[in-house]
Design a protein around this ligand. Sequence first.
Ligand code: FES
Length: 650
Amino acid sequence: MSEADALVVFTPSGKRGRFPRGTQLLQAARTLGVDVDSVCGGRALCGRCQVLVMEGDFPKHGVSSHADHLSPLSAVEQAYSERRPLPAGHRLSCSTQIQGDLVIDVPASSQVHRQVVRKAADARPITLNPLVHLHYVEVAEPDMHDPSGDLQRLLVALNKEWNFGPLRADLPVLQKLQAALRKGEWRVTVAVHAGTQLIGVWPGFHDRVYGEVAASSGAMNPQIRFGEDLMSRVSYAMMHPGGAQQMTDAVRGALNALAADVAREAQIEVTDILELTVVGNPIMHHLLLGIDPTELGGAPFALATDSALGLHASELGLQLHPGARVYTLPCIAGHVGADTAGMILSERPDLSEKLTLLVDVGTNAEIVLGNSERLLACSSPTGPAFEGAQISSGQRAAPGAIERVRIDRDTLEAKFKVIGSNLWSNQPGFDEAVAATGVTGICGSGIIEVIAEMYLAGIITQDGVIDGELAKRSDRIVQTGRTYAYTVHRGTPVLQITQNDVRAIQLAKAALRAGVALLMEHIGVDHVDRIRLAGAFGSHIDVKYAMVLGMIPDCDLFNVSSAGNAAGTGARIALLDSDSRKTIEQLVRRVEKIETAIEPKFQAHFVAAMGLPHSTEPYTQLRKVVTLPAAKPPATRAGSSARSRRRAGG
Ligand code: FES
């Protein structure tokens, strides 16, 4: 290297070096350890090695940069840009030579280990470091005088061009290899898994690798028809011969349908899907794997395995690429599944000294409490009430469902919003806006809000009784047998919250809160620093109302937020960043598992958590932002007041 060599500075890494004029830019980057992607091995096919020639930015770096400091657009670059236009200032670094001093920016899209920014502002970015990589190679043709197998010549080429050591090949790769080599005229693209295994081969150049969410899709839990909650699904497996297999088929069928959906949306073939990561509750996890979940139905709730698993998608009946691999995140305990592991990976409570509470609200609430010192987890049997089941006007979140409710403190009148419209029900145009869907029921977040608002408006007492005295003040409070109900929607259908509905929510939230209390007790704290609500449902709840109901402990509302689909994000992290798999596998070993079913104090915490927001906790933080009603004497129950007075008197 001499002073006559050109100085090249790469941004954003700041790596710099001098290179003889004529050096290929990609080679210079590699020499300096600059992270530049390539699938095609420098043949101007993949476009992954694109760099941006910085002009006008050079004084800062002390070098000058001009277009003529690079070789002119080569014929192969020209051909590439005719297929896929290169943005202004972009060059293919594999086809460009250094002619003078340069400042070269490597855009994130060209970095192998780029960071994928997550939507939420407080989320850590994901480092792209997938386990499966595509590599394009040119393979020597067979030679009568030097006989060797096609695979052996492919391996020689992979070693020469990509420095691979000995690789093993999946049988489907061998089955397709000869046809692929000949069809591609001795040029093929291979997929290498974990740097050790050939899992796919395509003739010619094939480029389908994603780092971003290309498409997403969701499906109703296909097990719903086998039971509303986890335990009833286990019972289904126990009671029906072949029931477990039926549920396994349903789960796998749903995954296949989802894979077909996302492939269609991303405009790829389902056979372009090479890897899948999976999270789910322990029963879903076992059913997907084809393991009978019966053992999870009773103490001691033994998992078949709590380890993370690397499998072939074909073993699970998943119709993806024939060599596709599946990674299942580890489970934690019999009730605390790979979905909780996903939530931990997404949220990483272990990275902070602050004590974080993570709650995934579902038919089984999964709860994690911890910080850099300790991590505890449990699940609580909340039942399906939060999802609208067992609630008289409850329904799943769908257009037409009430999702927001406000009750006037003086008139006790309700206004609400339904999914599909942004208007409050008392705003002009509301009826027209909901004409197509109607107002059909109350979804989970609506139920949380209406019951919390009923409490804030004094309609429900702290112990959860709908106060019949208020029937005198508002015709929305109506007697239904021995108890009262509150009419949320007067139209057709009439939508009410009954005393039973309030009880069902109290029982669900008390179970959740008791689980949280147990974890807090084990750590020895009386408050938490942060709360994150996860899951499809958790993300839709207004955290203030969740706290008014007492689903979560008292905390500065500023530090309470939604974590979105944290389990899904964890799966995404495990998919994109293979190192994260080791991280979560190690982290779950640190998790202290609390089994609520055998904790003697669970019942006491449960009873104390029945009140709104809690029977004994003062909720001082919440009171700073929400006026909680003063405790009232026990409410009047229809038909019971006279008797209780008689008892009192006699
Ligand atoms: S490395 Fe593929 S186009 Fe440059």
